[in-house]
Ligand binder design. Structure first.
Ligand code: TRP
Ligand code: SF4
Length: 333
């Protein structure tokens, strides 16, 4: 039997190329090698946005549409919504009992989030009990499927370590080897920066969405930062100091295209506007198929919902097997 992976993403709405290149592309590859479970972490969204839920439903659907468009294949992968698997909440309770408080307190991602919240809200009290429980809930997501491995970005590795600790502790306490200690699979990411050279992010208004049209993409690419020392086309350029545009070339261009851009830029034979116009066209060509599929699902939203109903069912079947075993191991009535 092939090994099982599980991974989740918070429903942040329409995803951007950073998500696609950094995360989803990895999932698309992995799904052919592993029994794969991918879920929308809507409970995790509530840990910080419990009071901003008006777009939550749409955000969930948009994330799923972006996954499907990007090539997550519902025929071979199980796609589901975290909150549709109540067994995760139950497992979260059991894991919460065996997790020492200082394990969650030392979680570095949580510390960062707390810091951001503090600066945003100007007070400490905004860190809810639910947010404190984030690492336990994430462990419940992973252990619910008794996963062998979890594809994640480097920023999430600490969470997987806590999960391994919790799994080991559960096994020790209840004298079992039932839970696996899941391994992280690091996303090998072609990290892509935002149009302004900072990290790509929705809230920074520097992102290109998977769902943007080719016109929108072309227009946005024209705003990408280039070699700042360059004023005229005939100025000799420095592709390695071209902060954004050349980096995008390196992600989307062929070897030959990249070499040609470098040569012409260095010799002052290529203007930045022309360069970015061409870049936009190249990116749009690469993204055309994804966007076609995105448009298809947008106009067939019932199909998306059916895929989720199927996925929820499959994930729940697995979850029920696991929770039944857990109840027995703990000795619940
Ligand atoms: N914490 C992850 C993030 O913010 C999302 C997530 C929730 C997750 N549960 C998970 C990822 C379980 C992998 C496995 O990106
Ligand atoms: Fe960047 Fe292209 Fe301008 Fe060179 S010509 S600085 S690679 S945008």
């Amino acid at each position: 039997m092939s090994q099982l992976i599980v991974s989740g993403m918070r429903p942040t709405g329409k995803l951007h190329l950073g998500h696609y290149l950094g995360v989803i592309q990895n999932w698309v590859e992995l799904q052919h090698k592993y029994e794969s479970y991918f879920f929308v972490a809507d409970w995790h969204a509530l840990t910080t946005k419990y009071d901003k839920t008006e777009n939550l439903k749409d955000d969930v659907l948009n994330v799923v549409m972006d996954w499907l468009a990007s090539g997550i294949d519902p025929e071979i992968s199980t796609i589901y919504v975290q909150s549709h698997i109540p067994e995760i909440a139950e497992l979260n309770v059991y894991l919460g009992m065996v997790t020492p408080q200082n394990w969650v307190e030392r979680d570095p991602t949580l510390k960062d989030m707390a810091k951001i919240l503090r600066t945003k809200e100007g007070q400490n009290s905004q860190i809810s009990y639910g947010l404190m429980g984030y690492p336990v809930l994430m462990s419940a997501d992973i252990m619910m499927m008794n996963a062998d491995a979890v594809p994640v970005g480097i920023d999430q590795v600490a969470h997987i370590e806590i999960t391994r600790d919790i799994a080991r502790r559960f096994n020790n306490i209840y004298n079992t080897e039932f839970f696996k200690e899941p391994q992280p699979i690091l996303n090998h990411c072609s990290l892509i920066c935002g149009l302004d050279g900072n990290k790509m992010g929705k809230s920074f208004h520097n992102d290109i969405k998977i769902s943007d049209t080719s016109e929108e993409t072309a227009k946005k690419v024209m705003t990408a930062i280039t070699d700042r020392s360059r004023m005229r086309k005939t100025d000799l350029g420095h592709p390695d100091e071209c902060e954004v545009a050349f980096k995008y070339w390196q992600v989307f261009g062929t070897e030959e295209q990249i070499a040609q851009v470098r040569k012409e830029c260095e010799k002052g034979e290529r203007g930045c506007a022309d360069c970015k116009r061409q870049l936009g066209a190249v990116m749009n060509e690469k993204l055309a198929q994804i966007r076609e599929r995105r448009a298809y699902y947008e106009s067939h939203i019932d199909e998306v919902k059916d895929i989720l109903i199927e996925g929820d069912k499959k994930a729940r079947k697995k979850a029920q097997e696991v929770i039944t075993e857990v109840r027995t191991l703990i000795g619940m009535y």
